[in-house]
Write a protein that binds this ligand. Structure first.
Ligand code: AMP
Ligand code: MN
Ligand code: ZN
Length: 600
């Protein structure tokens, strides 16, 4: 409100009453108002009469329909409506918010406009809060505040995570981000990604193979449906709602849904005795199926449920997403290979829990630590009866424990790990990537046989060592996905890792940039490394550029969001420069009062 003095209310101000005509420039708060009280008084009056007038309008479903049958009334409503939207658009533009209030082509419906108003209110209220704090003398450099609306960015990139906006209405605003011609898979997700700064809650809502039933929290649809981040309320309110809801169910919500089953899992005798290794089929003679429809996924699940073991691997992408995305699941049976498009079937993958949590079916992974977390995070999938060949390799003390080493050692296959870091979001998948992905599971069941034989031989036929691999694997299954949580101290952890010694101004800049990066990454659903790589963040903090251009100069190449929010970043650096300049001891987080430097 404080800033609406520039445009919105200027013309409607009472020009006569509060004016000090003698020394206008020096004493006037803003044109037409002598001081804050006069401005507030006038503002309240205006708001009150507007509220009264709006309450006096014919109500929808009541007299409104009757009045509407008169063309004159309808016309009047439309012209006034347009005027109002125009006025709101101007205010929003002034605050650097999205403001297509009147553009009927770009936005449909009331809901979209309502979203815009809610967004803008957030921005404006945040500014009001910051300005009030400042006026109150609160030392704002103590807090990682986000001056969200201070400088209207040139291209406004708004949240990926907002309710209701269809992919088509987004595409225009986000052209900036389509650098690599890969459509953001997030746009197609049925359930939006939850980047809120709240702990992860398991996605599971049906629990196949349960010995202990799923707590009511997960089966109660109503509770799960209205996630706070879907409510489109300000972040603080969403956090509050979250807290209220979680209090009653804390234990259930954060427990591992299959903890009981995993704790009571016993490996049957036959899996502890020596197997006859079953040679893998040649790749060329093995059927490969792509699974990207629900129908095929259901069929696959049925097939898997009849087996006694199958091999699983995942491919993942982490650069253009805050939490990361599981892009592919490879499954191999003794007979066939499958590649599941998990971006396409993200919301349906949970049906595989029937096979994945069946204790009588062994799931063979290689190095499952991350996979277990990704399965939970993206699909609500759990694994009961896991065998991890990486753990087997360790128990056997093999020279190296990577999959390529096992492939060479047991299958004499030279694997090419070139695609490990490929962008797995790409569709259609190039053939080389398909072949690579397939290799990761195709030989795994044979390796599973070989290592079991060796683990028993190694231990003179005694099952102890093999049992320990099953146990290690089970404890990996028990891992819980933990969402990255931002706290006021998070930046210190990163600073410690970097082993950088900063003075107070540099440390403040680092803290503010860290908070900015985290907030923007969550909002835009990008990795923090995409928003602002750590080494650039350090360079900016070290150099504390005086000009916005200096921030750009610290970055090569310049991240798109750094360019876009250049002015906002510059304000943060300026804020840091206002700190008293003290040296910070190397191994210490707190500024020590050892040396006071003179700033040149
Ligand atoms: P893998 O199990 O080797 O197929 O790897 C699964 C996923 O983990 C890959 O799709 C990558 O996203 C990620 N990944 C594997 N190795 C690395 C690595 N050395 N550095 C970073 N990410 C990796
Ligand atoms: Mn893997
Ligand atoms: Zn893989």
């Amino acid at each position: 409100m404080a800033s609406s003095k520039k445009k919105g209310l200027k013309s409607s101000g009472p020009k006569d009453s509060n004016l000090d005509t003698n020394d206008e420039d020096k004493t006037e708060l803003c044109p037409g108002f002598r001081d804050v009280d006069a401005f507030v008084k006038h503002g309240f009056g205006a708001v009150l009469s507007a509220t009264k007038a709006s309450a006096g309008l014919p109500q929808a479903g009541d007299e409104y329909d009757f009045y509407r049958s008169f063309p004159g009334f309808q016309e009047f409503c439309e012209s006034q409506g347009d005027k109002l939207l125009h006025c709101m658009s101007q205010i929003m533009q002034h605050h650097g918010c999205r403001s297509h209030m009147r553009d009927r082509n770009k936005l449909t419906g009331l809901e979209e406009r309502f979203d815009l108003v809610v967004d803008s209110n957030d921005v404006i209220l945040e500014r009001v809060g910051i300005l009030l704090d400042e006026a109150d003398g609160v030392n704002r450099s103590q807090q990682p505040v986000m001056p969200a609306g201070f400088q209207p960015p040139k291209v406004v990139v708004s949240s990926w995570n907002r309710k209701g906006s269809s992919p088509s209405s987004r595409s225009e605003t986000f052209r900036l981000l389509h650098a690599k011609n890969i459509t953001r898979p997030q746009l197609k997700f049925k359930e939006k990604v939850d980047n809120s700064n709240t702990p992860f809650i398991p996605k599971i809502f049906i629990k196949p193979n349960a010995v202990k039933p799923l707590p009511s929290y997960f089966t109660n649809k109503q509770m799960r449906k209205e996630r706070p981040e879907d409510l489109d309320v300000p972040a603080a309110l969403a956090d509050f709602i979250h807290q209220q809801r979680t209090q009653e169910h804390v234990d259930d919500m954060f427990a591992h849904p299959y903890q009981y089953e995993l704790d009571h899992l016993t490996i049957p005798e036959n899996l502890l005795s020596k197997p006859e290794p079953q040679m893998h089929k040649p790749v060329a003679e093995t059927k490969l199926s792509f699974v990207d429809t629900l129908e095929d996924l259901v069929a696959l699940n049925e097939k898997l449920c009849k087996l006694s073991e199958f091999a699983v691997d995942l491919e993942h992408h982490s650069y253009r997403s805050f939490l990361g995305l599981t892009c592919l699941m490879q499954i191999s049976t003794r007979e066939e290979d499958f590649i599941i498009d998990t971006l396409e079937l993200r919301s349906e993958m949970y049906i595989l829990n029937e096979a994945f949590t069946d204790p009588s079916i062994v799931k063979v992974f290689h190095g499952a630590d991350s996979d277990i977390e990704w399965l939970q995070r993206d699909f609500g999938l759990y694994v009961v009866n896991l065998f991890d060949t990486h753990q087997a390799s360790r128990a056997l003390n093999l020279a190296r424990h990577s999959l390529d080493h096992l492939l060479k050692h047991f299958c004499n296959v030279d694997s090419d790990k070139r695609y490990q870091l490929a962008d797995w979001r790409v569709r259609p998948l190039p053939d080389e990537m398909v072949q690579y992905a397939r290799t990761d599971t195709h030989y795994l069941l044979y390796i599973y046989d070989c290592v079991r034989v060796q683990l028993l031989d190694f231990n003179h036929g005694q099952p102890g060592l093999l049992q320990s691999v099953w146990n290690k694997s089970s404890s990996i299954s028990l891992k819980k996905y933990v969402k990255p949580i931002y706290t006021e101290e998070s930046y210190l952890e990163l600073q410690r890792k970097q082993k950088k010694s900063f003075n107070t101004q540099q440390l403040t800049a680092f803290r503010l940039l860290f908070a900015w990066r985290d907030k923007l990454a969550r909002q835009e659903d990008e990795s923090t490394g995409y928003v602002l790589p750590t080494h650039m963040m350090i360079k900016i903090s070290e150099e504390l550029p005086r000009e916005p251009q200096g921030i750009i100069a610290c970055c090569n190449p310049v991240p798109p969001l750094v360019r876009q929010y250049n002015n906002e970043l510059h304000l943060l650096v300026q804020q840091a420069r206002e700190m008293p300049l003290l040296k910070v001891r190397k191994d210490d987080d707190l500024p020590s009062v050892l040396v006071v430097c003179h700033r040149t």
